[in-house]
Design a protein around this ligand. Structure first.
Ligand code: ADP
Ligand code: ZN
Length: 432
């Protein structure tokens, strides 16, 4: 069962042909913007034409820094009157990055979102509660319009306020909900405090989780807590937001919609494509956007193509869950460490709660990696020798995983300060 059968099962040769046509159209549109209007390779490609999608490698990359140039209108490729919405990042580190949409762009995005949810088994008979923040963050409105296009009863709950979320779920019989993974542990705790069990006291069968990195172990925990299937949803504002890549019911990686995007994975140092199946930086080009096409955008997200065909019949290639962002990685005592490596170790341990954070400190002129780990209530109260053993056990497991010996601090559940929105895992206070 497909949302748009012809496109979803199109064989790769024809998919590439479609991409080449759409790329040409995209370049013609992009060149109207002040930024791309100045890029000689783009005018050149328009003159000589695109015969095969491989020619995309002749075009320059676009970086996050580029997107900030000529703020705020540098990438706008239409008349301002045509634009009907913008989404933008918070802009705490300089100019925000802003993305513009016209009516076509919004309906194309909603369609990708509906297609994604359909692939994850969501149907118009479902009641869909969106627990993502509405506003400039794309997880709110992005899901909203997709869910409406699909035809579910939508509940635009917004983020936070767990008691209300639970009441909405129970009052209206929510069957599918969307949230960032780091919120779901907290929501579960509130269920328990209320003497409720989400497995018995709700009709939930599916959770959609995304917008921030999480491990397979974390997904499994969420599935167990809520008694649901949890599907990974990937997207970024520069490429619309959610609806870029999504797991189908096979749960074996995320189909990335290749009729709407050209997808490349490159070595971030050499900028050349990585060998098939190797991890690299995801680079994406919009193929169906009018107000603001973006060409060869360096997402900084690290992933790889997964081999083989998917049993669901969709031909769009699958990427692996995001291993992290290249800028999440930190160097500790000469070793490259990704926070997700540490999460992977912690989430396997049943005594460990859902929250943790990594503090990088300089102590007596030595750099140290302190990992604060919340321990579940039942275990935290337990005897001290048990906690001592647990601490040593975690120290060894993390050392083996990242090759750096951490200082493990076991803390009470709920004691790690919560961040608004996406979880922040790493705090670097080292003397430079
Ligand atoms: P910001 O860059 O401010 O976080 P976005 O909301 O556009 O703004 O976030 C997009 C980023 O979120 C992606 O580039 C990626 O790093 C992360 N992300 C989104 N979905 C997932 C996912 N399913 N798994 C891992 N990371 C994700
Ligand atoms: Zn599939």
């Amino acid at each position: 069962m497909y949302w748009e059968k012809e496109l979803e099962v199109l064989d790769h040769k024809n998919l590439e042909k479609l991409q080449a046509e759409r790329l040409m159209k995209t370049l013609r549109q992009a060149v109207n913007s002040p930024y791309y209007g100045r890029i000689p390779e783009i005018s050149h490609a328009i003159k000589t034409g695109i015969n095969s999608i491989e020619q995309i490698s002749e075009l320059p990359f676009t970086t996050k820094e580029d997107l900030r140039k000529d703020f705020p209108w540098g990438f706008l490729s239409t008349d301002k009157r045509e634009v009907v919405r913008l989404h933008s990042s918070s802009g705490t580190t300089g100019n925000p990055t802003v993305v513009y949409h016209n009516r076509h762009d919004l309906s194309s995005w909603a369609n990708l979102m509906a297609r994604s949810l359909f692939a994850a088994g969501v149907r118009d008979t479902d009641v869909f509660q969106n627990m993502a923040g509405y506003g400039l963050f794309t997880g709110g409105l992005g899901f909203q319009y997709g869910v409406e296009m699909l035809g579910c009863l939508s509940i635009p709950a917004g983020a936070g306020n767990s008691l209300r979320q639970i009441k909405l779920m129970r009052d209206y019989g929510t069957t599918v909900a969307h949230a960032i993974p780091s919120y779901l542990g907290r929501l579960y705790d509130v269920f328990k405090e209320e003497g409720l069990d989400p497995r018995k006291d709700t009709k939930l069968h599916t959770l959609v989780i995304g917008a921030e990195p999480h491990t397979e172990e974390h997904r499994q925990r969420i599935e167990e807590m809520f008694g649901v299937k949890a599907y990974n949803s990937f997207g970024l504002s520069e490429m619309n937001g959610p609806g870029v890549a999504f797991e189908c019911t096979e749960q074996n990686g995320l189909h990335i919609w290749e009729d709407a995007y050209v997808v490349e994975i490159i070595d971030p140092i050499t900028l050349q494509p990585v060998a098939d199946g190797e991890i690299g930086e995801l680079v994406m080009t919009t193929l169906d956007r009018v107000a603001m096409p973006v060409i060869r955008y360096r997402t900084r997200d690290l992933t790889r193509f997964l081999p083989g065909e998917c049993k669901c019949g969709r031909t769009h290639r699958r990427i692996d869950r995001i291993a992290g962002r290249s800028d999440d990685m930190f160097i500790m005592k000469g070793c490259n460490v990704f926070p997700m490596q540490i999460e992977g170790v912690l989430m396997k341990l049943s005594e460990v709660g859902d929250d943790y954070r990594i503090l990088l400190e300089t102590i007596n002129d030595q750099d140290e990696m302190i990992v604060e780990v919340e321990v579940k209530k039942d275990w935290f109260k337990g005897d001290l020798s048990f906690l001592d053993k647990l601490q040593k056990h975690i120290t060894h497991l993390i050392r083996d995983e990242v090759l750096v010996r951490p200082l493990i601090k076991l803390v009470e559940p709920g004691s790690i300060p919560k961040t608004e929105g996406k979880a922040v895992r790493v705090f670097d206070h080292r003397k430079k």
